[in-house]
Every structure is written in structure tokens, then in C-alpha cells.
Design a protein around this ligand. Structure first.
Ligand code: 4FV
Length: 220
């Protein structure tokens, strides 16, 4: 069982994602346990303040260290061996090998979602890893966290089931190779036919055809 905790100001936007389709099935078969932690619950004072203006000036607000630290401590108390991952444009760019590594790691995950202009830098003392989903700026770390949850959960034992073996799929094992073209019924649609080799039942020929049609990811 992989324990994945998420620290966020918007736990409600994760509910429909983790309770649908493969991620819901993954919970049902006991492959993963998701726990949503609302940062607001660790807010300061009557207004449960979690953000404030940056020292030294500058636009926007920052997530304050105290609520962040209390939330991370709570998550670590729930799962002492878990690694803390901060979603940030400063992080290493997420890819399939990182997803495979996180899925293989025995330890749980604590995904820390920034909001506003980001987090007080002093939280970095608790952060084991920073991950970015791409060189663009989002309004929060929630969508990056969902991306990691999806890519990691589907690699957990029993989740993909017979649907697909993770080995043959795109980017598996660090390759930049994409999958081969695939088809399903009908055999012909508006004059567009399924390549006859795929209907031949000749597995050797089919494997050769597929190898010859695995696309190289255009890296331009
Ligand atoms: C991001 C990314 C990202 C930065 C400040 C949230 C935003 C705001 N995270 N990959 N790209 N985060 O843009 O992971 O708090």
C-alpha cells in the first residue's frame, strides 16, 4: 500500500480526481491510500491566516512558514518515512522515469502544493525533493500534484491489471520511444482500413510491424 498525502488549500478539487476510474479502483484494491490535508486547518488566529506579504516587498502573497511547518509535521506523524515533495517551477522536470522511481520507492509521498507567489523558503528544511511539471507558472501546485498522483498510482502493482503492461508503453524505462499506432472496431471506417497485418493473427508479423511503427518523440 502506497500512502500519498496532499497538503493543499483546495482539498475539494482532489476529491473527484482520486475518486474516479483508475485512481478509485487503486484505492479499492488497496494499492494506494490518499489523504488530503487542508492547510487552512493550520492557519493562524481567528481568521486562520496562511498567507502574508513578502519581506523586502514585491507583488502578491506567500504561504507562511508556521502553517506549512505544522501541516508537514502532521503529515510526517501520519507517515514518518514519507518523502516531502514540493511542486515548484524550480523543481526537476517530471517524467516517466521519475514516476517509476516514486512508484517503486517503498516510502510514502507528501505532496506540498504552493499557492499565491509560493512558499516561505524556510520550509525547504523539510522538503526532500522539488518537482516541476513544466516551464510555465500555474496558480497553484494542485494540478502538478494531481499529475504526479495519476502517473505514479497507475504504476502501482495491480492497478493497471491486464489493461496494459507498463513496460511496453511510451517513455518506459527512460526511452523516448512512443507507442505504435493502435486500432479497434470497425475494420473500415469511411474508407479508412485497419492495416491488414493487424487482422492477420500473425503475431511475429504484428510485432515487427509495431516495432517499425513505434514513433520517436519529436524533441524539437
Ligand atoms: C508549478 C509548476 C507551478 C508557482 C507559484 C504555484 C506555481 C504558485 N509547480 N510545476 N510549473 N507552481 O507553476 O510545479 O504557488
Amino acid at each position: 500500500m502506497k500512502k500519498i498525502q496532499v497538503i493543499t488549500l483546495l482539498p475539494e478539487i482532489f476529491e473527484p480526481v482520486i475518486n474516479s476510474s483508475m485512481l478509485f479502483k487503486a484505492q479499492k484494491i488497496g494499492a494506494v491510500d490518499y489523504q488530503l490535508i487542508n492547510l487552512r486547518d493550520f492557519g493562524i488566529g481567528p481568521r486562520q491566516q496562511v498567507d502574508d506579504t513578502p519581506y523586502g516587498g514585491g507583488d502578491g502573497m506567500l504561504l507562511m512558514i508556521e502553517p506549512l511547518m505544522k501541516a508537514v509535521k502532521q503529515a510526517k506523524a501520519n507517515d514518518p518515512t514519507a518523502e516531502v515533495v514540493l511542486m515548484s517551477p524550480r523543481g526537476q522536470t517530471f517524467d516517466q522515469p521519475i514516476a517509476e522511481q516514486l512508484a517503486q520507492d517503498e516510502c510514502g509521498l507528501i505532496l506540498l502544493c504552493g499557492r499565491y507567489e509560493g512558499v516561505d523558503e524556510r520550509i525547504m528544511s523539510e522538503v526532500d525533493k522539488m518537482i516541476s511539471i513544466g516551464d510555465y507558472v500555474l496558480t497553484g501546485g494542485e494540478i502538478p500534484a494531481m499529475t504526479i498522483i495519476d502517473a505514479v498510482t497507475r504504476l502501482l502493482p495491480g492497478v493497471l491489471g491486464g489493461e496494459k503492461s507498463a513496460e511496453i508503453e511510451s517513455f518506459a524505462n527512460g526511452t523516448k520511444m512512443l507507442e505504435f499506432p493502435q486500432y479497434t472496431r470497425p475494420e473500415e471506417y469511411q474508407g479508412m482500413k485497419v492495416p491488414s497485418v493487424l487482422l492477420s493473427g500473425h503475431h511475429g508479423e504484428i510485432a515487427k510491424w509495431r516495432d517499425n511503427h513505434r514513433l520517436e518523440k519529436n524533441t524539437d
